[in-house]
Ligand binder design. Structure first.
Ligand SMILES: Cc1cc2nc3c(=O)[nH]c(=O)nc-3n(C[C@H](O)[C@H](O)[C@H](O)COP(=O)(O)OP(=O)(O)OC[C@H]3O[C@@H](n4cnc5c(N)ncnc54)[C@H](O)[C@@H]3O)c2cc1C
Length: 406
């Protein structure tokens, strides 16, 4: 059995940040990094750009092999962690080897919810292998349908060549229902339609028949012929390893503000972890890259014995949809006590602030221009009192204001 001070499972946003943080504070602790994927870490966020032919595959990788050497980390890539003995502090890998650890970080991410698996031209998108498969399938596609309107399916449709016919099938009455309030979603729907996307709202796919093309049966009784079906209907955090080891698990692996699980030597971070939301105080699986990085950092510091509490995760998604940048930060829901809107889609600068009962900023949606989204993130993080309508508009006072709070 090999023994390490720290073992990290998951070579992505959370795991990498943990490695960087550990080495910022200590060159001495021994670290092993395990991942069942055999390649260096890559950005899942960029895979839609690769699939659409807008960037090369080599640009997906965020580090190369030298990174791990420079960090002095033992890599065990291409090996899945199969089981965990929390009391003995042992992790068993698929090849049969066992790693002993002083502290363990579970940065296991999540999996795409599957839909009729086994069909050749139906795919989810989570891993590089999915991206490779979709890139090959989409090369020949003249018509693509996506099921679910979230951060996976919409960016993929966005980056397809404009001559490809695109359909979006959504169960609810609007797109991005988990990300945006109804008004902001409606602004974007207008843009989607202008971009030629056919929206099928309050609809579902009830069956798929593979022939020369895919025949998709819809819940309304209609049918749709398509070359490829991309399924983006949510994700399932990887909790099995933790659950079988007896750790507390709800939707994700439950963690406290130190990113510690119910077992004191074991931590969890990123899409696999369920911790406190900064705005609502409820525990949640936030599911974004920045949360994974922040939690990876907090977990690493605590594994080293440097006490650090996490203030809580926040929604913070910035993406491009059909040539339009969109940012959703913090609490962007219809039940916010008050909202302030400025701008419009026509001006390509739409902004909406969400305020709580004490007039503090709890969320923001920016459409069109998102380069100052960090300012809005900061407003929510510092529970800033509403700075006044003119400051939302980006007028003369705005520059001075952003310098003041930066
Ligand atoms: C197509 C797409 C677009 C996205 N767009 C955005 C976006 O615009 N903005 C945003 O903020 N977020 C976006 N996300 C989400 C973002 O990618 C995730 O929040 C982020 O990757 C989470 O990082 P993580 O380190 O927690 O887990 P992951 O990135 O999921 O990595 C987990 C790693 O753990 C490994 N692993 C799992 N189980 C085991 C095991 N048993 N043994 C060994 N290894 C294991 C996996 O192979 C994987 O490499 C997007 C995701 C996808 C798929």
């Amino acid at each position: 059995m090999q023994q390490f001070d720290i073992v990290i499972v998951g070579n992505s946003a959370a795991g990498l940040q943990a490695v960087r943080t550990i080495r910022r504070h200590s060159s001495r602790v021994s670290v092993a990094l395990v991942d069942r994927e055999a390649c260096p870490a890559y950005s899942r966020v960029l895979t839609p750009y690769f699939i659409g032919g807008k960037t090369g595959r080599e640009n997906l990788f965020i580090v190369d092999e030298t990174f791990y050497r420079d960090m002095g980390v033992t890599t065990l890539f291409g090996q899945a962690a199969l089981s965990l003995d929390a009391d003995r502090r042992e992790l068993r890998l698929a090849g049969g080897s066992v790693l002993g650890f002083g502290a363990l970080l579970l940065a296991l991410g999540s999996e795409a919810r599957q839909f009729q698996p086994g069909l050749e031209r139906v795919s989810t998108l989570r891993h590089l292998a999915d991206a490779d498969r979709l890139a090959a399938l989409l090369q020949r596609a003249r018509c693509v349908t996506a099921l679910g309107a979230g951060l996976v399916s919409v960016p993929v449709l966005s980056h397809l060549p404009p001559e490809v016919e695109r359909h979006l099938v959504v169960g609810s009455d609007r797109i991005f229902s988990r990300l945006l309030d109804a008004e902001s979603a409606a602004v974007l729907e207008e843009h989607f339609q202008a971009a030629g996307v056919v929206l099928h709202k309050r609809e579902d796919i009830t069956g798929v028949r593979e022939g020369e093309r895919l025949r998709l049966s819809l819940a309304s009784g209609k049918s749709l012929d398509s070359d490829v079906l991309l399924v983006g209907k949510g994700v399932l955090p990887n909790t099995l390893l933790a659950r079988e080891a007896g750790l507390a698990v709800a939707d994700g692996i439950l963690v406290d503000d130190c990113c510690r699980t119910s077992c004191p030597a074991i931590y969890a971070a990123g899409d696999a972890a369920q911790g406190r939301d900064y705005v609502t105080g409820a525990t949640t699986v936030q599911g974004n890259w920045i949360t994974a990085v922040e939690q990876g950092e907090v977990a690493a510091r605590n594994m080293l014995g440097l006490q650090q509490c996490y203030e809580g995760s926040m929604k913070n998604n910035i993406t491009e949809v059909f040539g339009l940048d969109v940012a959703a930060i913090g609490y962007c829901s219809d039940d916010a006590p008050r909202t302030v809107v400025h701008g419009s889609l026509a001006s390509r600068r739409y902004r909406k602030l969400f305020l709580d009962g004490k007039e503090r900023v709890i969320g923001a949606v920016l459409i069109g221009e998102t380069n100052d989204s960090g300012v809005y993130y900061h407003m929510v993080r510092t529970r800033l009192s509403f700075p006044g309508r003119r400051l939302v508009q980006g007028d003369a006072g705005y520059g001075a204001f952003t310098r003041q709070i930066a």
